[in-house]
Design a protein. Structure first.
Length: 183
């Protein structure tokens, strides 16, 4: 399964209704219940792959090393299988920046994930659109940001914690195609 980072796993800093990532590694704060939610999903056999847009790298307002430190903190705290970062801004025209599905498709290929049997959890319309474009089910974590809402997510929840039961009901560990199944 795929998880956005800021606003799903850790606290996003909302300014004028728009979420922003932590400005420095010491500002990274896990959201309540995220550790337990990720543990439950991992114990159910799901791969946990973080896919995160970090356009502040391209904009020059944050260093890639700072984002790497945030990601290492998350890896140490949570049972994550991979973290994929898009460091581009919209003007760069890359295929990885959500709402494009590039990060999900690439990670699915590398990890043997069946996208049609997986889920994307995010707190912004871009996350949901990327999941839908990749063929995943989608969970929108609604924090009430002052920005466009996603179109037709499969579930709207107030947090990752509130979505765990639905995810476990609708997505199975069979979303990962084990190597022995491919031979």
């Amino acid at each position: 399964m795929f998880l956005d980072r800021d606003g799903v796993l850790n606290r996003a800093f909302v300014v004028d209704g728009v979420p922003h990532p932590p400005a420095a590694p010491e500002e990274l704060e896990l959201l309540p219940g995220v550790r337990e939610a990720c543990a439950a999903l991992h114990e159910a056999g799901l791969l946990l792959v973080v896919v995160t847009n970090q356009p502040d790298i391209a904009r020059g307002s944050v260093q890639a090393g700072s984002v790497d430190l945030d990601n290492e903190t998350l890896r140490a705290a949570l049972p994550l299988d991979d973290i994929v970062v898009c460091p581009h801004d919209d003007a760069d025209g890359c295929t990885c920046r959500k709402p494009k599905p590039g990060m999900l498709v690439d990670a699915a290929r590398r990890h043997g994930i069946d996208l049609a049997r997986s889920v994307m959890v995010g707190d912004r319309w871009r996350d949901i659109a990327a999941g839908q474009a990749a063929g995943c089910r989608t969970v929108f974590v609604d924090h009430g940001y002052a920005e466009p809402q996603p179109i037709s997510p499969d579930l709207t929840a107030s947090s990752l914690v509130d979505a765990v039961a639905w995810i476990l009901e609708h997505v199975s560990s069979n979303a990962v195609v084990r190597e022995e199944e491919c031979t």
